[in-house]
Structure formats: C-alpha cells, structure tokens
Write a protein that binds this ligand. Structure first.
Ligand SMILES: [Zn+2]
Length: 289
C-alpha cells in the first residue's frame, strides 16, 4: 500500500523531533579550536645567538595555555627554496628550539618535515633561523605539528579520555571535516583547547576560531551528523549490520542483504518497515545492552 505524502511528512517531523530530544540529553562533547600560525620556540642559547648576549624575550600577549605567551620578537626562517620573514617567537624559552610550520610552508621552504607532537623533534627537518644579531642552522627542529587537544584532568574525566589517547574531532562547517588521530594531552596546567595549523583550518573552512565535536575512537557518530551519513557495514553478502540511528525507506532500498541487524534503539520508519516486508528483507534488532 502507498502512504499519504502528508502523513509521511508528519512521521519524518516526529522522528526528527525525537532525535533532537535525544541529542539534547547527551553530554556536550564540543571543544573550542584555536589555529596556530607558523611560529618558533627558542632555547636560551639560541635566543642569545639570534638577539644578543643576555637577551630576554618580551611578552606581547598571553596565549590560551597558562604561562605561554607570544613574544614581541620575530625571526626569519629560511630553507633551500624560500623563506618567511617575521615568524613569531613564542615564550617562555624552551630546552630545545622548535619551529612549527604548515605543510604548505614546507613546500615554500623546500624541505620535507614530519608530522610530530610538540617536543618530539629527533630526526625532524633542518631550517635556518635569522635574528637581528645573528643566525644559526638548526639541524633538526622543524616540524608540522600534530593536531592535539589540551585539557585539564577534569575535562578528561568529563570526556572519558586519557592523556596520550587518540580521538576524532568533527567540524561542522561549510566544508565539514573529520580529524582523525588527534592526540589528547592532559595536564592540570592546560586549558581546554584543540590546536590545529593553518592548513588544517583552511581545509575545514575555519577562520580564527571554531568548535568541533570530540568523538572517542570507536564511538558512534553523534546523531545529527549520522543522519547525513549512511554507514553500512557489510558483514557478508546476506547479512548486514546497520549503524545509523534512523532507518528510512531509502536506506532499505540501498541495502543489499536479506537480513539486517539494527543496533538497539534504531528508529525505523513505518515506510521502511513496509518496504522491507515487500522486498523480503528481515529487520531484526541486536540484543544485549
Ligand atoms: Zn598546543
């Protein structure tokens, strides 16, 4: 039998409303995002080489992470193919000098730098630093920073994640993007913020700041996003496990199997049920929790 289009509209509205109510009950997984432009961290020794004996960095502005600041000082960085002038120095001084650039920047410089966590510079790329009082060639220290999230132990408990764990972050922008292998870094000195570079921000169409949704690896995608994606895991040609929250007639049409297992709580529209029956597709719910 066919259904009245008006009735279908009503059903869709009801289902969407119930999904929205569900979403509002789930804890907030939103994370603020800051974009890091290319910058330099300098050791005491290198500050002196570039700016002069006994030189101290001058604070220009505090950064979001407590104690970290953007300095008034800038340096030039140069590679075999190109250079950048006025690259911001961040303070305070560190044990090891580190230059963080985007992948696009490495192309301009003419070097190939690895994606690394801050501080992990062994075997990374080399670069020349030029300051007002001198210059130096850094054998290693040029990296493309890996996307990461700083958070306090309280935040980590709230998101149920651990220090050094990899998570995913969904960006809902004009060009939505899902970041994978985002490193969680937990310390009571940290303030909640995800750090990405300018290439990553541009890819996700973010300007200045943004927000993303933290997803634990293996976690079901939040409902409002799941609605836009059909995620069908092919178990065998005959049996299929469906991982979306809402099963519509269109979804049933796209399924090839004769038996479809649905996670408990999946909403099946009446139209989908009718259609499955017509096609002889068995819909069943997974048991257990
Ligand atoms: Zn950071």
């Amino acid at each position: 039998m066919s259904m009245d289009p008006q009735l279908i509209q009503t059903i869709v509205r009801e289902v969407l409303a119930s999904l929205e109510a569900d979403t509002q009950q789930t804890p907030d997984s939103s994370v603020p995002i800051a974009i890091s432009a290319r910058h330099v961290h300098l050791s005491e020794e290198h500050i002196e080489q570039l700016f002069g004996k006994g030189y101290q960095l001058t604070k220009r502005a505090d950064l979001s992470q407590p104690g970290q600041f953007a300095a008034e000082e800038t340096v030039h960085i140069a590679g075999p193919k190109g250079s950048f002038t006025r690259v911001r120095v961040l303070g305070p001084a560190r044990k090891l000098t580190q230059v963080e650039v985007s992948q696009t920047d490495t192309i301009t410089l003419g070097v190939s730098a690895p994606v690394r966590e801050s501080g992990d510079i062994a075997g990374s790329a080399g670069v020349t630093l030029i300051g007002p009082k001198g210059s130096l060639y850094l054998n290693e220290g040029l990296i493309v920073a890996q996307a990461h999230i700083h958070m306090s132990p309280q935040d980590a408990a709230r998101y149920q994640v651990q220090d050094q764990e990899y998570v995913e972050v969904l960006i809902d922008s004009d060009r939505p993007l899902r970041f994978q292998r985002v490193k969680v870094r937990v310390s009571d000195r940290y303030r909640l913020e995800m750090h990405i570079d300018t290439d990553e921000a541009n890819a996700a169409f973010l300007q200045k700041k943004g927000r993303g949704q933290l997803i634990k690896a293996g976690e079901v995608v939040p409902q409002q996003i799941a609605l836009e994606q059909t995620q069908v895991k092919q178990v065998s040609s005959e049996r299929i496990t469906y991982t979306k929250k809402l099963l519509t007639k269109e979804d049933v049409e796209s399924l090839q199997g004769k038996e479809v297992r649905l996670p408990k709580g999946t909403i099946v529209t009446d139209l989908a049920k009718d259609f499955a029956r017509e096609r002889g597709i068995a819909l069943s719910f997974e048991t257990g929790k």
